[in-house]
Design a protein around this ligand. Structure first.
Ligand code: ADP
Ligand code: ADP
Ligand code: MG
Length: 456
């Protein structure tokens, strides 16, 4: 096993990884930016090293400097967390060249699956159902229009390099496609350095259901149930739960096995996620694979009892999976709410600033993943997610009740958060019935905002 691992991330996920390393008696080297010098991961890492200014480009994305530090401090591996360098095949390749283990799959797999059009092609070739749409990148708006005319509107234009809900546009009529194409392509070019676009039929109000995969380097591949991530705003997840109310036992097995087949087609190893959209009739379609640990991984940990970060580290060190498919038993129900420093009443505008009072919920089956503390200053430079509240109950209704209590108890003073907004969702009859899809927030936004009021 590794003796020392570099953590190339910040916030709650950096802390999550450091905790896991401590449990495994592995030392951690944490790189951090000047903006994060007062952060909790810095206090808990074995060796924290300031790497540069706040701008991610000069710190968390500074590939050569990070590698340099890993070598100088004698790290055998790098854990990239999510976001930042986690899906950067160039960085993974540099690690491979220097003989440092990248805790994730190979650079080749990241490259292949990170290009969403390539991934689509691979799935088509392996009989994994994909959303009807492009077989190649759309070279121009005209090509996209011709295809859209053929498959019928509405369609979804997507960036091959997209992520975090960016670089996609819904198009409802032919006269809008040209502008939408140009806008989305420019957005993708700016955000990801690649403006290539492809097209899918827009599935109306689908569920977003994803399967957690674990695979070792010998090719042993298992699935650990699903997460329903349909509560989204602007294609970004807000609440995730497992299991999904939509899936029967039979459909879970079928989709799980399809996810395993998809991972195997990619020659995948490490932890990964196969994302599907599922329509109202239960037809499911692959949309993408995330080749990293996911924000919402704790939901799966709560229902399976498996520590996914630990498994990820062990796989990177060349160890075999410690469990088989038959060992995976889903127990009870878990829900996660992402708490963001933002003001829902003001168009969800980020609200950085100093936290002047903090109380986290606790109790049986309540887990909080966060790196904030009383007196902490939420930085404007990075993601606005400040905490994840996860609960585990015997069944879905118990989990919902538990989450309501947890959010009632939670106090974050000094800044606005989306806590009340999340809280109100937990009382919505359609949410309680499990009859929600990815259109839920948009459809009920006015009510949710009115009922949740101003979050102090
Ligand atoms: P998850 O699929 O784990 O729920 P999200 O889509 O919410 O992940 O993204 C997790 C984090 O990673 C967010 O901070 C998001 O901004 C960032 N992210 C996702 N994809 C990319 C990408 N391709 N490039 C840069 N950052 C990304
Ligand atoms: P990202 O890389 O930004 O996470 P995804 O391809 O995973 O992009 O899509 C993000 C979200 O957009 C999905 O969770 C789903 O809600 C929605 N979405 C993606 N593809 C489709 C589609 N073809 N039809 C309807 N909704 C879709
Ligand atoms: Mg996605």
């Amino acid at each position: 096993m590794f003796q020392r691992v570099l953590v190339a991330n910040r916030g709650e996920i950096a802390l999550r990884i450091i905790r896991c390393l401590r449990e495994m008696e592995i030392e951690s080297v944490l790189i951090y930016s000047e903006a994060d010098k007062e952060s909790l991961p810095v206090k808990f890492a074995t060796i924290p090293i300031c790497i540069g200014p706040a701008s991610a480009k000069e710190s968390y994305l500074n590939q050569d400097l990070i590698l340099d530090i890993a070598i100088k401090t004698g790290c055998e591996a790098i854990h990239p967390g999510y976001g930042f360098l986690s899906e950067n095949s160039e960085f993974a390749a540099k690690c491979e060249e220097k003989g440092i283990h990248f805790i994730g799959p190979s650079s080749e797999i990241i490259r292949k699956m990170g290009d969403k059009m390539e991934a689509r092609k691979l799935m088509i070739a392996n009989n994994v159902p994909v959303v009807p749409g492009s077989r190649e990148v759309c070279e121009s708006a005209q090509v996209a229009k011709e295809l859209a005319d053929k498959i019928g509107y509405p369609v979804l234009l997507k960036a091959v390099a997209g992520g975090g809900g960016r670089g996609m546009r819904r198009v409802y009529k032919p006269e809008d496609i040209e502008d939408a194409f140009k806008e989305a392509s420019l957005e993708a070019k700016t955000a990801f350095g690649n403006g290539d676009m492809y097209l899918e039929k827009l599935i109306l109000n689908p569920h977003h259901i994803e399967f957690q995969i674990l695979a070792d380097k010998e090719g042993n591949t298992i699935y650990l149930g699903e997460r329903d991530c349909s509560i989204q705003r602007r294609n970004q997840k807000m609440i995730e739960e497992s299991p999904s109310k939509l899936l029967s036992k039979e459909l879970r097995k079928e989709m799980g096995e399809t996810a395993v087949a998809a991972a195997k087609a990619a020659g995948y190893f490490s932890a990964g996620t196969i994302e599907f959209v599922v329509d109202q009739e239960g037809n499911y379609y692959f949309i993408e694979m995330n080749t990293r640990i996911q924000v919402e991984h704790p939901v799966t940990e709560m229902v399976t009892g498996v520590d996914l970060v630990r498994e990820q580290i062990k796989i990177a060190a060349g160890m075999k999976l410690s469990l088989t498919q038959d060992d995976v038993q889903l127990k009870g129900h878990a829900i996660e709410c992402r708490i963001n420093a933002e003001n829902p009443q003001n168009n969800f505008m980020p609200s950085p600033g100093k936290i002047d009072f903090l109380h986290f919920p606790g109790g049986n089956g309540v887990r909080v993943e966060s790196a904030i503390y009383d007196g902490y200053e939420v930085s404007p430079f990075y993601d606005s997610m400040i905490a994840k509240v996860i609960v585990h109950g015997e069944n879905r209704l118990e989990a919902i009740r538990k989450m309501r209590c947890a959010l009632e108890e939670m106090i974050v003073g000094g800044i606005s958060t989306n806590r009340n907004f999340q809280y109100i969702i937990l009382f919505h009859p359609e949410f309680i019935k499990g009859k929600y899809d990815t259109g839920f927030i948009e459809q009920h936004l006015k009510d949710l905002l009115e009922w949740s009021g101003q979050d102090e």
